[in-house]
Design a protein around this ligand. Structure first.
Ligand code: UFG
Length: 318
């Protein structure tokens, strides 16, 4: 049985990744500073070390003590708007944190890394579905830190003989269990659920985009599917897989209005909404080409938009 270190394992995505790694037969140890993570999300049989990923010595000690063979590095800041307001903090947290992980891996001889990247590295791609070889032109400091991270991983891997995969997440939603829902209310589905609960109209940011119903298209991916992609990526690196950046999406776009319709089905009532101005910086369309994940990882998404909205509604107590 191999042991994987999961940074940020007490977070929304991390707590799902713990379970997927366990189900794939791996042991897990978590490092999380609990700044946004919740200790109760970490199962009792998983050691939780409370500390920062910037604490290189703590990471190195943990890797040695638990005989860690691979790292899933999730701990990071992820709010696009906040990153525009606090860019240096995002570089500090996301880039410094990763460098510390890479240095600790090098010092303790850990060779396998699954790095949490984002579709935000593409910015506004020229064509959709977007393939991994598309130009990367991020539109926010958040996306920039994820792209710099991909470069740091590739450069470090070249000299340290690492096996790695950078997973470019698309729009993550849903919950495998009502206890594991996204509590941050930063993204469309949690925002629509909150406005419905408060008896307010959800806001649709623009309906004059060049898309079938005029609202933006995104590739929504169930967090349980995303978590299973990490187990597949862990296996890929253990098999000595080559260095790869891989989209993690469904290959299918849903519009903002389709999401609101799906939320209406989930709560069993018509969810009110109003159209407001476009939000600055939103690409009209961001949809993954999903074939590389299938080819390289043997993974495809199994769950659909209704699974995401219904599980998110349950997690929100609706
Ligand atoms: N939207 C609304 N109303 C809202 C909130 C969002 O209409 O109240 C729209 C947005 O304009 C966009 C879509 O819903 O078209 C999804 O917006 P989110 O803010 O949920 O997500 P983004 O697509 O902007 O970004 C998300 C993550 C990023 C990640 C990116 C990758 O927040 O971290 O997906 O695709 F980089």
């Amino acid at each position: 049985m191999t042991t994987w270190l999961l940074t940020g394992g007490a977070g929304y995505i991390g707590s799902h990744v713990i379970r997927a790694l366990q189900e794939s037969g791996r042991d897990v140890v978590v490092v999380d500073d609990l700044s946004t993570g919740v200790a109760e999300r970490v199962p009792e049989d998983v050691p939780l070390i409370v500390g920062s990923v910037s604490d290189r010595d703590l990471l190195e000690r943990t890797m040695r003590e638990y005989d860690v063979s691979g790292v899933v590095h999730l701990a990071a800041k992820k709010a696009v708007g906040e990153s525009v307001e606090k860019p240096l903090w995002y570089y500090r947290e996301n880039v410094d944190g990763l460098l510390s992980v890479l240095e600790a891996m090098s010092a303790s001889g850990v060779k396998n890394l699954v790095y949490s990247s984002s579709a935000a590295v593409y910015g506004q791609p020229d064509s959709c579905p977007v393939v991994e070889t598309e130009a990367t032109v991020p539109l926010s400091p958040y996306g920039e830190t994820k792209l710099v991270g991909e470069w740091a991983v590739a450069d470090a891997a070249a000299v340290a003989d690492l096996s790695w995969a950078s997973l470019r997440y698309f729009n993550v939603a849903g919950a495998a269990d009502p206890q594991l829902g996204d509590t941050s209310v930063n993204n469309l589905i949690p925002i629509v659920l909150r406005s419905y609960r408060n008896g307010e109209a959800a806001k649709v940011f623009g309906d004059d985009y060049p898309t079938p119903d005029g609202t933006c298209l995104r590739d929504y991916i169930h967090v349980a599917d995303l978590a299973e992609a990490h187990a597949a990526a862990a296996a890929f690196t253990e098999a000595g897989g080559a260095a790869e950046a891989i989209n993690i999406g469904t290959g299918k776009g849903s519009s903002v209005l389709e999401v609101i319709d799906s939320v209406s089905r989930a709560v069993g009532a018509e969810v009110p909404y109003e159209t407001v101005d476009r939000r600055a910086g939103d690409p009209a369309e961001l949809i993954a080409a999903a074939d590389k994940a299938e080819r390289v990882l043997g993974w495809t998404a199994q769950r659909d938009l209704d699974d995401m909205t219904s599980s998110a509604a349950r997690a929100a107590g609706l």
